[in-house]
Design a protein around this ligand. Structure first.
Ligand SMILES: *[C@@H]1O[C@H](CO)[C@@H](O)[C@H](O)[C@H]1NC(C)=O
Ligand SMILES: *[C@@H]1O[C@H](CO)[C@@H](O)[C@H](O)[C@H]1NC(C)=O
Ligand SMILES: *[C@@H]1O[C@H](CO)[C@@H](O)[C@H](O)[C@H]1NC(C)=O
Ligand SMILES: *[C@@H]1O[C@H](CO)[C@@H](O)[C@H](O)[C@H]1NC(C)=O
Ligand SMILES: *[C@@H]1O[C@H](CO)[C@@H](O)[C@H](O)[C@H]1NC(C)=O
Ligand SMILES: [Cu+2]
Length: 341
């Protein structure tokens, strides 16, 4: 009897909490359970193996035909990102779109590759705060991680050899094929950029950009007062004058990751974006009543544009149905159903 009263009291308390009320207002779907997204180095050897095996499984399944040149299911995701790139970066839907993209990738690993876990994230600050470098990150372990740097190509200036045009450009330390790790044997069929080519996975580690990934930079991002300030401070160039968390990660890994269109060709893309998504969720949780449903920003890079709202629909092409931004604001609700630890 006492136990029963206690449980009822708990239910009342939960119903009165502002977050639950907000959820009820939004009509968001209840999740029977939540996936737990963890930092790569906090996974057990078994969990690391399961994730890598699931990604390799996607790389062994045939493409479903969005883009003729895509060879595998893994390429299908890269194809969708390439196609939508001009609509999903430097705009208000940048964070919601990538949150949904990772959700669909994670669901596909589960439904088509029997994956039981959740997408891991890469908290780069744990590397650069200590070493001012990503070189020794467990993420790039040649045996238990994603393989390391690309083979050094002197004077490497990007896949089109033209990145010397970028302000502040410093050449990386790699540039060629990644010779180690589980993805050394996988050739991509899309990219660089929007051009389909058969090519190895490339990286060009560049510690010149490591500072942009420090915990001090994360703190400067999460202290932003509005979604508008937050999304701009997080995304980086060219909507900010200097490098920030998002472009910092792409530049620090380099090569494949450095291309705005084709960067999901590097499996590390998903870990980088999971960390950005986690930082967004940290920021949301700092003031849930104000931030759980706070979005803003222009809807396209070129006019005519409007400020996005929760009703703005996120395209996944043939990967998944359209969902409004409203449905991806709360990771604890359908269709997302995950939490970060
Ligand atoms: C995206 O796909 C559409 C339809 O196939 C095509 O017309 C368009 O050129 C593609 N855009 C890019 C950037 O690949
Ligand atoms: C480099 O060349 C590619 C392909 O022609 C082009 O899309 C890109 O904008 C160029 N980048 C710079 C920084 O000039
Ligand atoms: C993979 O791409 C590289 C070029 O990046 C090429 O030299 C190699 O022959 C390709 N391998 C296969 C099996 O197509
Ligand atoms: C911190 O964020 C503000 C935007 O509010 C920006 O102007 C400033 O440059 C950032 N500081 C650093 C060190 O990145
Ligand atoms: C869009 O919303 C932001 C943040 O609320 C605001 O600063 C900006 O002026 C709005 N832009 C337009 C075009 O309404
Ligand atoms: Cu992107």
């Amino acid at each position: 009897m006492l136990g029963r009263i206690h449980r009822l009291a708990c239910v009342c308390f939960v119903l009165l909490s502002p977050t639950v009320l907000l959820l009820a207002q939004a009509g968001a779907g209840f999740c029977p359970s939540l996936g737990t997204r963890q930092e790569w180095r906090d996974l057990t050897k078994g969990q690391k193996d399961q994730y890598i095996s699931a990604v390799k499984c996607l790389q062994a399944l045939p493409a479903t035909g969005l883009v003729k040149a895509a060879r595998t299911r893994f390429d299908d995701f890269q194809a969708a990102h390439i196609n939508l790139t001009d609509e999903i970066h430097l705009v208000g839907q940048f964070l919601p779109w990538h949150r949904r993209f990772l959700n669909v990738f994670e669901e596909t690993l589960r439904s088509e590759c029997a994956f039981k876990g959740a997408i891991p994230y890469w908290d780069w600050s744990r590397d650069v705060d200590v070493f001012n470098s990503i070189n020794n990150s467990p993420v790039f372990d040649p045996v238990t991680g994603f393989g390391g740097n690309g083979i050094y190509i002197p004077g490497y200036a990007g896949p089109f050899n033209n990145l010397t045009n970028l302000p502040g450009w410093v050449p990386g330390t790699g540039g060629g094929c990644v010779p180690t790790g589980p993805f050394a044997s996988y050739n991509l069929s899309l990219g660089p950029g929007t051009i389909p080519t058969n090519h190895c996975l490339t990286r060009a580690f560049n510690d010149e950009y490591a500072w942009a990934l420090s915990s001090a930079q994360i703190a400067n991002t999460t202290k932003q007062p509005t979604f508008e300030n937050f999304r701009i401070e997080l995304e980086g160039q060219p909507i900010t004058p200097t490098m920030k968390l998002h472009d910092g990660g792409h530049f620090a890994v380099g090569a494949e990751m450095l291309n705005t269109y084709s960067s999901p060709g590097d499996p590390v893309f998903y870990l980088h974006h999971a960390n950005l998504d986690r930082i967004w969720w940290i920021w949301q949780q700092m003031d849930l009543p104000e931030r759980l449903f706070d979005v803003s920003g222009r809807s396209s890079v070129d006019p005519p544009f409007v400020n996005i709202t929760l009703a703005f629909e996120l395209k996944m092409l043939n990967l998944a149905p359209l969902v409004p931004i409203r449905d991806v604001m709360d990771p604890r609700s359908q269709p997302l159903c995950y939490t970060y630890i």
